[in-house]
Design a protein. Structure first.
Length: 426
């Protein structure tokens, strides 16, 4: 009897099948500034402009006490020009398109570094100019020319640029310059609070900047994770609507035709199961290696799934030590190999992973012919160590226990209990 010819017409394209096209899952960031320091810089420049108004009003109130009022107005004009120029350079300009954003951020940071360094020099120079426009009796008992409030801008800029340590350093530098210029070098903080105020501002703004950057990094990580999850889910839907339906159709039609098509149907079925399992893992966002010495055991077991092996794991990651998880996966692999070799044709295996508070339980069961009484002891006596070493030996090394339930015609079931604190070493 000859095999029937495969005269089946070409398989129709499944309904609703679509070509896979990439579609971004997160809205493009054009027009959105991703520099975490940008809001702080803009707020600092608004404060800079407010302090300029205060400094000018102080000039009007104090100019009559200066020995050289015209020169004092010249220095005030320089202060106003530098305030406007530095505010523009530190605040940044219009945000460019997404493709140019990274280059713009790097360039902006370089410019800000130069401006902040210049800011320290300009502030100290304007403070020192007080000696040129007033006598000793005045500058010893009053603020320096640009006022302490305006000089705080240099400390704020340094703190935003370099964090708390650079902010503190700038505060110490400016307050030291103020004390030297005014001949007020002493530790009487109740008399002159310039030093503690400037240092405190540098520390507070520096810590705020560090916190903002850390929060921004965490937000970026969350956005990337959401985007990756959305893309995985989209691809899973596309594959389910296209590839999986084709594989299912090939498996079904091949089984109906029999003969040479039956082998093709079996292969299609295996690939369908493997692809469904892969989609399930990707959709749940579970990965085998979660970093460090911890490993999620579930994906290591689900890779064993096939048309004859069913694997069930918890929805959440089952985190164990790396060595322990690898040893458990090897135990399951050995048990399934024994099933394939000795359980008989058509036998199916089932793997169940349970996550309990202090331990994990792995059950491997099959519906095969079972193991006759005394067969394992005889195999060990013959030098065949598949069960005694590969299964029982590994379980003992993990500090766990293994229970075997079997009998002729009853199938085989292993129950492996392993404590979560096991390291997987002897």
């Amino acid at each position: 009897m000859t095999e029937p010819e495969l005269t089946e017409p070409a398989l129709p394209e499944p309904a609703g099948r679509r070509r896979l096209h990439y579609r971004p899952t997160v809205r493009a960031a054009s027009g959105v500034d991703t520099d975490p320091d940008a809001p702080l810089w803009r707020a600092a420049q608004a404060f800079r402009l407010v302090t300029l108004i205060y400094a000018i009003s102080y000039q009007f109130a104090s100019v009559s006490n200066y020995t050289n009022s015209r020169l004092s107005w010249f220095f005030v004009a320089l202060m106003a020009v530098w305030t406007g120029a530095s505010a523009v350079m530190l605040a940044g300009g219009k945000v460019p398109h997404t493709g140019q954003l990274e280059r713009q951020i790097v360039r902006g940071r370089r410019i800000r570094t130069y401006v902040v360094l210049t800011d320290q020099v300009v502030v100290i120079a304007l403070m020192a100019s007080t000696r040129l426009v007033s006598d000793q009796g005045w500058y010893q008992n009053h603020q320096t020319l640009p006022t302490t409030l305006w000089a705080t801008n240099a400390v704020i800029s340094a703190a935003i640029l370099g964090g708390p340590w650079l902010g503190i350093a700038s505060g110490v530098l400016i307050s030291s310059a103020s004390a030297i210029i005014r001949d007020q070098i002493n530790l009487d903080l109740w008399r002159d609070a310039t030093a503690p105020v400037l240092v405190s501002v540098g520390l507070a703004l520096g810590l705020a900047t560090t916190t903002a950057r850390r929060a921004h990094r965490q937000l970026e990580q969350a956005v990337r994770l959401i985007a990756a999850t959305e893309e995985r889910e989209r691809l899973a839907r596309e594959v389910h609507d296209g590839v999986l339906q084709v594989l299912a159709m090939v498996r079904r039609r091949g089984a109906e035709l029999g003969g040479g098509a039956a082998e093709l149907a079996e292969l299609a079925g295996e690939q369908e199961v493997a692809l469904r399992m892969l989609i399930s893992e990707q959709s749940s966002g579970v990965t085998a290696d979660i970093g460090g010495q911890s490993v999620d055991l579930a994906p290591l077991l689900t890779t064993q799934a096939s048309t004859t092996v069913s694997v069930s794991t918890p929805a959440h990651p089952v985190v164990l030590g790396r060595d322990c998880a690898i040893e458990l996966a090897a135990i399951v692999d050995n048990a399934l190999s024994n099933t394939a070799l000795h359980a008989g044709p058509g036998a199916k295996a089932y793997v169940l992973l349970e996550d309990l508070p202090g331990e994990v339980i792995v059950s491997i069961r099959d519906d095969g012919v079972g193991i006759p009484e005394g067969r394992l002891a005889a195999a060990e006596a013959e030098g065949r160590m598949g069960v005694s070493k590969s299964i029982l030996g590994r379980v003992a090394a993990l500090g766990g226990s293994a229970t075997l339930h079997t009998g002729p015609g009853e199938g085989t079931e292993w129950e492996i209990n392993v404590p979560k604190g096991s390291s997987g070493s002897d």
